[in-house]
Design a protein around this ligand. Sequence first.
Ligand SMILES: Cc1cc2nc3c(=O)[nH]c(=O)nc-3n(C[C@H](O)[C@H](O)[C@H](O)COP(=O)(O)OP(=O)(O)OC[C@H]3O[C@@H](n4cnc5c(N)ncnc54)[C@H](O)[C@@H]3O)c2cc1C
Length: 289
Amino acid sequence: MSGSLLRNEPMSKHTSWHAGGPADLFFTPGDARDLGEFLRQLPPEMPLLWIGLGSNLLVRDGGVRGAVVATHGALSALERIGERRIYAEAGVPCARIARQCIEWGLGPAEFFAGIPGTLGGALAMNAGAWGGETWRHVVDVEVLDRRGTRRSRTPGDYDIGYRHVRGPRDEWFVAARFEFELEPDADESRIRDLLERRRQTQPIGEWSCGSVFTNPPGDHAARLIEAAGLKGFRIGGASVSEKHANFIINHGTASAADIEAVILHVQRTVADAFDVRLQPEVRIVGDPA
Ligand SMILES: Cc1cc2nc3c(=O)[nH]c(=O)nc-3n(C[C@H](O)[C@H](O)[C@H](O)COP(=O)(O)OP(=O)(O)OC[C@H]3O[C@@H](n4cnc5c(N)ncnc54)[C@H](O)[C@@H]3O)c2cc1C
């Protein structure tokens, strides 16, 4: 196998919150074939977690049992395969897809610039920004199952909604084909403007996972959290951002337990105040310390 296999790898090195205990095994494949081989030799009962850039992931302090597969730095092909179509592998950062598509005149892909994760993570989350959403443009996806078998699937195989994707169990995304409208006049200045506007309203550059909770129907999680008086609420090294109430910041020393305790406190306080149960958008995985 050409990939790298690490033992007891701290997940704090692989998450944008910079928190989380060790993964028993941490595998970065050389390419998709290599990944298939790795999966085929894993014991069938071993737990498996795929990650991209860890920008939507809270790993608890006790870490992750079993194997983590990291696609970033591997699975990095990005090609134009037709006038309006592209093919991208799961480890490609969304920002790279946005930049490249703008060069190809495929302007509607610009929303990917707002998502600091990989394509695989965007497919798993139906990530979206500025009115654009990942699955709206998917033609088909390629997946691998636990036995390393690769197959193609179409959007009809999935239940897809706002930050929600449910498909066949024990399958993961390795690539996707997308179709975008041609917008030959698209240029990067629009992306720069959108990112600048975001910098004014969100604590970009601090350690976070972006929005922690999905927006409840007809409302905004940030509005409810702010109205509950929770801006700045802190436990240990983690606090609700003063700039955007749906962000929780790790100020440098937070454990995953600190972050999770803030999440639970926000959920309880908002439920008591407004009778709304906020649902985490971030994925919480692993064992407590
Ligand atoms: C500052 C900041 C701003 C953000 N803004 C936005 C935003 O505007 N819109 C938005 O939607 N999100 C936003 N996010 C959240 C995050 O970037 C997205 O959810 C992103 O899609 C996660 O991608 P990732 O590669 O980091 O996935 P990870 O965090 O590594 O994983 C997230 C989930 O996807 C699964 N997964 C990862 N790769 C695969 C794969 N190949 N196959 C199957 N499952 C997989 C993981 O198991 C996990 O359940 C923001 C995050 C930050 C830090």
